[in-house]
Write a protein that binds this ligand. Structure first.
Ligand code: ZN
Length: 327
């Protein structure tokens, strides 16, 4: 008897606001997609119950179990090696949650889980800018954090316990601002949306000249950027300082990894890259090891963030060995 191959998987992206899940075919086409509000489920067991019920409904409405091979999940603080979400800072659940095992038990399918940066990198490798590259870095600039993952020799480098790529917590300013991790001067307290706003407050306190920033009701990366576009000197200073820090972080990273490319992603990149680009690239060139200078492309992702995370999670799903309760 011949066996039909399964041509679809489920990709799940657990975000702070919503959990999106989709049936994705082997070309990366989203066949059907739904979402549930993550924050509505403070109890993780309830979350897993609802998510698995919804996935079953979606699978049954789109070809059934016979056509769906496995599940891939992108989650903040997810660890591919353990299949657990480990001490998430921004999700409603605490501690170490064995989410891959919990979903596998309910769905009877293989489940792979990885952190959002790792899944973004897989998404970029399979469907985006990093297609065909073996050594590259993906950086995500967000509201409060900087995530990253890098590929080495064509595979993601996970590290001994799955914690590689925490570039958000490399020190770029000795004795600098206090980070959520408890240490001082981490990259993400400067190169994040929150960090940019804090830099704007510092610049305004230090300098006395007139600035459009002084009349803003709400300091945000976008409102500061719009002042930048009008030639505001202090707005330019805010982005100069941010780009300086980001360039130091990226150049240190690149000097260690020697990537073909650094791919910038995430909400802040999408909103603020035009204002960050010049100062970041200048600082990068100043600080990177001279033999790497000019050899690492710095580019902005061409994928839509939400779609990349779901199709990236689907690409992850193809990497796990098939498993079925029914065989
Ligand atoms: Zn830190």
């Amino acid at each position: 008897m011949t066996q039909n191959i399964k041509t679809k998987v489920v990709g799940v992206d657990i975000g702070v606001d919503y959990t999106t899940f989709a049936i994705v075919d082997l070309r990366g086409i989203i066949v059907a997609q739904e979402r549930i509000p993550t924050a509505d489920y403070p109890n993780v067991n309830e979350f897993v119950n609802v998510l698995s019920e919804q996935i079953v409904l979606l699978v049954e409405a789109n070809g059934g179990y016979e056509t769906v091979r496995s599940v891939g999940i992108s989650a903040p603080s997810g660890n591919f090696i353990t299949g657990c979400i480990e001490n998430p800072g921004n999700l409603p659940w605490k501690g170490v949650i064995p989410l891959a095992a919990m979903l596998r038990d309910r769905l009877g399918m293989a489940v792979a889980l990885a952190n959002d940066a790792h899944v973004s990198a897989i998404g970029e490798h399979v469907y985006g800018c990093a297609h065909g590259m073996k050594n590259f870095i993906v950086i995500s600039l967000g509201h409060g954090g900087v995530g990253s993952c890098f590929f080495s020799g064509g595979v993601p480098h996970l590290g001994a316990i799955g914690s590689a790529g925490e570039v958000g917590h490399i020190c770029v300013a000795d004795g600098g601002r206090t980070c959520g991790c408890g240490r001082k001067g981490c990259l993400e307290v400067y190169a994040s949306a929150r960090g940019i706003v804090q830099t704007a407050r510092e610049v305004l306190a230090e300098r006395s000249e007139n600035s459009l920033l002084r009349s803003l009701a709400n300091l945000t990366p976008e409102s500061i950027g719009l002042c930048f576009d009008q030639g505001d000197v202090l707005a330019r200073e805010v982005y100069r300082r941010t780009g300086e820090m980001l360039g130091i972080g990226l150049s240190t990273y690149a000097s260690v990894i020697n990537p073909e490319a650094i791919i910038m992603t995430g909400e802040l990149t999408r909103k603020a890259w035009p204002w960050l680009e010049e100062s970041t690239l200048q600082s990068f060139d100043e600080h990177v090891f001279h033999n790497i200078r000019g050899k690492a492309l710095i580019m902005v992702s061409i994928l839509n963030d939400n779609e990349r995370d779901v199709v990236g999670a689907s690409a992850l799903a193809w990497e796990v060995e098939e498993y079925s309760l029914f065989k």
